[in-house]
Write a protein of this length. Structure first.
Length: 485
């Protein structure tokens, strides 16, 4: 081994620098790596602060709630939908003035959280009141008030939808297609959030199919039935952009192909139909034929464009919709898919989003429930506004589908919406969920006015039968309430 003492000083320093260089490079590398990791953690914590804050393992919530009481949830017009009441002994109780009417969308904050109570939890339990106001509360020995959350919900439309669904199981969602605002959201069977703490054990032990805690608007998964003909029609238009109007079919109530049979609802014979009248009359036989005439790639593109089998732009808990057409899909399954049956499933909120895109020239606005967060004194903490999500179809395709949905009202299965003070466009559905044709869910999805849409309504009434007979009258009550307001 070379003795550095026998080497001149300048050469010894050079050798030391050469030997130190790898150590320096390695040190710089690890420092940079640590800095990157630290930066990532800080960025992640900032970007996901609400999710981390709402985590059940985060004890900071309990600390903050010992200082603040939960803020109010209000409608678009300032109606109080939820507030905290404090007894003389300091016991806090969450109060829901409208009881069952807003049960699923406003949610609850006991035994966990749901609805807006969960979605806006971060804002509701934090406070941004001024220091001088904090001093006043401290002097009075009171907790600070949490910030108030203002929503897009319309009390009048919510009450009309709630009463219209009556004792039936099902779901209704009402939105503004131009902004994405959710105006009403009803799910039944329901529950009273005021008494949920007392009824919790019995509710979670209930094994009946009622599923009262399930928000059927966002989490209920149903066969779409004939409302899915919107999707099949779009796929056909994509496959035949120049000659779709030339389509002709003769319906005798049944369609047989390759050993598979599709029947029209109650075996109705629709006779000679074209593309538009097949849609207006909701002819299963014709649409099974239409579906078979669309190639797999084009149908797949339509499904992808309309967000099937994908995540949806929602901040509230939801289920995915499913529609499959791949190389293994049989002829019979294609025929079932084309009329919204078989393994195809959709949530009411997803069907509403598709309908909103049609009403909004092909563009889907991101659905949202919260417009602003304000302190007790009215100071704005945060505002939320309309946000374009993506284009689901071309403007031309949206126009064609709108015209076809208008014809459903004028000469088809939604004729109960014809001849009113406003013009409506929509699609009905009778979705069979058992082998017997009598077991079907009643669907309607549509908007009004047809030429300049302001409101979009999607309805499912479980085990009710025909969409034209049961869902359309409910839609009429909601449209009437909106335009008469």
């Amino acid at each position: 081994m070379e003795d550095l003492r026998n080497i001149p000083r300048d050469k010894r320093q050079t050798k030391k620098k050469i030997r130190s260089k790898p150590i320096i490079v390695l040190s710089v590398f690890y420092i940079a790596l640590f800095g990157s990791l630290l930066g990532y953690i800080c960025n992640y914590a900032y970007s996901n602060k609400q999710e981390l804050f709402n985590n059940s393992y985060n004890t900071r919530q309990q600390i903050i709630l010992s200082q603040n009481y939960r803020g109010e949830i209000l409608s678009r017009n300032g109606d109080v939908l939820a507030y905290t009441e404090t007894d003389s002994d300091g016991t806090e109780k969450r109060v829901y003035p409208y009881g069952k009417e807003f049960a699923h969308v406003v949610g609850y904050s006991t035994n966990g959280k749901a609805g807006i109570e969960a979605m806006a939890n971060y804002y509701l339990i934090n406070t941004n009141i001024d220091l001088q106001d904090k001093v006043k509360y401290e002097a009075a020995g009171s907790k600070y008030p949490g910030d108030n959350v203002y929503t897009t919900l319309d009390v009048n439309l919510q009450e009309v939808a709630f009463n219209a669904l009556s004792a039936r199981k099902g779901a209704i969602v009402v939105t503004d297609p131009k902004t994405g605002e959710i105006l009403a959201m009803v799910s039944k069977p329901d529950f009273d959030p005021n008494t949920i703490a007392d009824e919790w054990e019995s509710m979670i032990a209930d094994t009946s199919p009622d599923a009262k805690l399930l928000n059927r608007v966002t989490q209920g998964v149903y066969p779409p039935g004939s409302t899915f003909k919107i999707v099949t029609a779009l796929a056909y238009i994509k496959a035949h952009p120049d000659d779709y109007k030339n389509y002709r079919f003769s319906c005798n109530g049944r369609y047989n192909y390759d050993g598979n049979t599709i029947s029209c609802y109650h075996g109705e014979n629709h006779g000679a139909v074209d593309f538009a009248s097949s849609f207006a009359k909701s002819c299963n036989s014709s649409f099974a034929n239409i579906g078979l005439s669309v190639d797999r790639e084009t149908f797949d593109r339509a499904l992808e464009d309309l967000l099937f089998n994908q995540e949806l732009p929602l901040t509230i808990n939801y289920s995915k919709s499913s529609a499959v057409y791949d190389a293994a899909t049989s002829t019979g399954d294609i025929m079932q898919l084309s009329i919204g049956q078989g393994t195809t499933s959709v949530t009411p909120i997803h069907m509403n989003m598709i309908t909103c895109a049609i009403a909004n020239d092909g563009v889907l606005m991101k659905p949202y429930l919260v417009t602003s967060v304000k302190t007790e004194t009215g100071k704005v903490v945060k505002s939320f506004s309309s946000e374009e999500y993506k284009r689901l179809m071309s403007s031309e395709e949206a126009t064609i589908l709108t015209e076809m949905m208008e014809e459903v009202v004028q000469s088809g299965t939604a004729s109960k919406l014809k001849g009113l003070s406003y013009t409506a466009a929509g699609k009905t559905g009778s979705a069979e969920f058992n082998s017997g044709t009598s077991d079907s869910h009643a669907w309607f999805t549509g908007f009004a006015p047809a030429d300049d849409p302001e409101i979009c309504v999607t309805i499912i009434v479980e085990n009710a039968g025909s969409g034209g007979s049961y869902a359309v009258p409910i839609a009429k009550r909601i449209f009437d309430a909106y335009f008469d307001a």
